[in-house]
Design a protein around this ligand. Structure first.
Ligand code: ZN
Length: 309
C-alpha cells in the first residue's frame, strides 16, 4: 500500500557530539544509524528516529564542527515539527526549562497545540500535540516514559516567495491535498500517519535564506518502491518541467533529488530496504556503518571523524 508523506528531513548541524547528545538524551530519540555523508565521508551522517526508524520518524544531520550559521528566508524550511501526545506538552515545557532548551510559549495553529523550540544550533523545531496518538514503535529512555515520548515527525513549514507551484508539486506528484488555510499559510496533508503535514507559507519578496548550521538541507518525500519513484519522476519531468537527478543508492533507501520551484531541495526516497539492511533491530546505531564502496577506507575515515565521547 502506498503512503503519502515525508520519509525524512535532513538538517545541517554544528559539533557532532552536541548534536548526538541533544537528540538522544534531551529529546529521547533513537540513533538508528551512525554513518557518514556518502558524498563527503569525513562528515558523520546521523539518523534519529523511532525504535525501528520508520519512514516519517527520521530526522537526519550532517554535523560540521565549524559550520557557519545559516539564515531562514525564502527558499528554506522554516520549521520542522515532531508529534507528541497532546497530554505530554506540559511535560515537555517543564523538560525544556530543566534542560535549558530555548523554547517559546505554547500556541494554537490550525486548532492544534504547538510548542516551538530550538536545538543548540538554532534549528527551528516544534512539538505538536496529537490526540489519541499511536505509540507502536515508541523509543523510550529512563528520563522520557512512553506516554510522553516523541512519536515521529509531524511535518514541516516551507517558506517560499509564492507557494502555488510548490503546492502543485505536493498535490500532483506526492499525493498530498490542500486541507486548510490560515493567513499566508496553506496546509497540505498526505495520508501517512507520520510526517504527512506540509504548511507552505507564501512570504512574497522577503530576503532569501542561506544554507548553514541550523537550517534544513533537504526534505525527502516517500516513494513506496522504485516503480512509484519512477512514476513521480515522470510527472516532475513531463508536467512540471523539472530535471531530477539519477537514482542514488543510500543503502537504507534509494533517492533522487530536485530543487522545487520555491528553491528548496527535495528528495524522493523509497521506503525500503530500511535501517535493518546492515544491522539487527536491537543493534541499530551501535556501530559506524559504511557503504561497501567506502569500507576499504574505513581506518582513514574513522581517523578523520570527530570524537563523540
Ligand atoms: Zn535525504
Amino acid at each position: 500500500m502506498r503512503h503519502h508523506g515525508i520519509h525524512h528531513v535532513t538538517v545541517i548541524a554544528g559539533p557532532a557530539r552536541r548534536n548526538l547528545d541533544f537528540y538522544t538524551r534531551v529529546l529521547g530519540l533513537r540513533l538508528v544509524k551512525k554513518t557518514v555523508n556518502f558524498d563527503d565521508p569525513a562528515t558523520y551522517h546521523f539518523y534519529f528516529g523511532d525504535s525501528i526508524g520508520s519512514p516519517g520518524s527520521i530526522l537526519t544531520f550532517f554535523p560540521w564542527e565549524h559550520v557557519a550559521p545559516g539564515q531562514t528566508g525564502t527558499g528554506t524550511t522554516q520549521e520542522t515539527a515532531f508529534r507528541v501526545p497532546e497530554s505530554a506538552l506540559a511535560f515537555w515545557e517543564q523538560r525544556f526549562i530543566e534542560q535549558g532548551v530555548e523554547h517559546g510559549k505554547p500556541e494554537k495553529r490550525f486548532g492544534q497545540s504547538v510548542l516551538p523550540f530550538k536545538d543548540p544550533d538554532g534549528t527551528s523545531l516544534a512539538l505538536v500535540g496529537i490526540a489519541n496518538v499511536r505509540t507502536d514503535n515508541t523509543w523510550t529512555t529512563g528520563a522520557i516514559p512512553t506516554e510522553h515520548a516523541i512519536q515521529g515527525l509531524e511535518g514541516v513549514t516551507l517558506l517560499v516567495e509564492n507557494g502555488e507551484p510548490t503546492g502543485a508539486i505536493l498535490t500532483d506528484v506526492f499525493g498530498f491535498r490542500e486541507v486548510a488555510r490560515e493567513g499566508e499559510l496553506v496546509r497540505y496533508k498526505g495520508d501517512a500517519v507520520l510526517c504527512s503535514v506540509v504548511d507552505v507559507r507564501s512570504a512574497g519578496s522577503k530576503l532569501p535564506g542561506r544554507t548553514g548550521g541550523g537550517t534544513v538541507h533537504h526534505i525527502a518525500f516517500r516513494a513506496t518502491d522504485d516503480a512509484h519513484q519512477v512514476e513521480m519522476v515522470r510527472k516532475l519531468v513531463e508536467t512540471h518541467g523539472l530535471q531530477p537527478t539519477e537514482q542514488k543508492d543510500r543503502n537504507y533507501f534509494r533517492s533522487v533529488y530536485f530543487r522545487e520551484p520555491g528553491g528548496i531541495l527535495f528528495e524522493i526516497a523509497t521506503d525500503g530496504p530500511g535501517f535493518d539492511a546492515d544491522e539487527t533491530h536491537d543493534n541499530l546505531g551501535d556501530e559506524l556503518k559504511l557503504p561497501a564502496f567506502l569500507e576499504a577506507r574505513r581506518s582513514e575515515i574513522e581517523g578523520k571523524l570527530p570524537a563523540l565521547t
